[in-house]
Design a protein around this ligand. Structure first.
Ligand code: MN
Length: 292
């Protein structure tokens, strides 16, 4: 297997607020002018690096808004998130849990700090990924996968190196529980100090990692501190991640969808006409109704 080299080590871009509850660094697509095509099917990556929220009686967050044409994957590393949507669905994303929401043909939802957590306040850290849908699935039915930390596959590494939680796809024969519309691997590597893990994905799979905790060395040579994103070249398969201290690393790799992308705000489709249609459908109430 050939080594896969680093294309870019990205420091966290200046944060911006999504509503009043999510202070995020947008690594994809804006922070580094990485077009949605570059990491497709991962077309957006918002990272709320650790941020201390004071206690709040009224939970902070983002009010009712639509999505169409893709999935939102929310990973809570610290703190808890509560969501409600226009299909009557809702739930709490606990610390360590993942919510995989398929917006597909359209959904309205709102995302807030969970009310009890909000009253206490504390350290908050989360990732939201947007995962593109193949054209044939963009208008399918919305759905949720609530994936608790206990549901995830767990690959225990040799030499007390740590473990890899498998959210989607697989690692060392351990499978994740999330079902996806295209081949995706989404992994949380939790490495002990000195622990080393080997990852291997097909060269054409777009591949990146985000260091959430600690610090790592990639391919025995490149040091990457916390809150940095590493984008890999699409040449070669294998890379190693070695923790210089106790570390958490989100590894994402997916087969690119070789279809045109037309994106505007909360809608990601294949053509401009479909974006216009999305706005029309939204304005005509076809995404349902959700109270503020
Ligand atoms: Mn949303």
């Amino acid at each position: 297997m050939a080594k896969r080299n680093i294309e870019l080590i990205a420091a966290p871009p200046n944060p911006h607020w999504v509503g009043d509850g999510f202070r995020v660094h947008n690594f994809i697509p804006r922070g580094y002018h990485l077009e949605m095509e570059r990491m497709n099917p991962f077309i957006l990556l918002d990272y709320n690096s650790k941020f201390e929220f004071p206690p709040a009686e009224k939970p902070l967050g983002v009010g009712v808004h639509p999505h169409r044409g893709f999935e939102t994957v929310t990973i809570a590393y610290k703190g808890r998130i509560e969501h409600h949507d226009s299909t009557g669905g809702g739930g709490i994303i606990g610390e360590g849990d993942v919510q995989w929401m398929t917006a597909a043909r359209g959904i309205l939802h709102k995302e807030f700090h969970e009310s009890e957590w909000s009253k206490q306040g504390g350290l908050f850290q989360m990732v939201q990924l947007w995962v593109n849908l193949p054209a044939k699935d963009k208008m399918s039915d919305p759905k949720y996968q609530a994936i608790t930390n206990a549901d995830m596959g767990r690959a225990i590494l040799d030499n007390n190196a740590g473990l890899v939680e498998v959210i989607a796809g697989g690692y060392n024969g351990i499978k994740g529980v999330a079902t996806t519309f295209s081949p995706i691997h989404l992994l949380n590597a939790k490495l002990n100090t000195g622990g080393k893990a080997l990852f291997s994905f097909p060269p054409d799979y777009n591949t990146a990692l985000l260091v959430l905790e600690g610090g790592v060395t990639i391919n025995d040579s490149e040091k990457v501190p916390a809150d940095h994103l590493v984008l890999f070249e699409n040449i070669g398969e294998e890379f190693t991640v070695e923790a210089s201290q106790s570390s958490i690393v989100l590894v994402m790799s997916g087969e690119p969808l070789r279809e045109p992308i037309a994106a505007y705000g909360p809608f990601v489709m294949n053509t401009h006409e479909e974006i216009v249609q999305a706005f029309n459908d939204y304005n005509q109430g076809k995404f349902g109704y959700l109270e503020d």
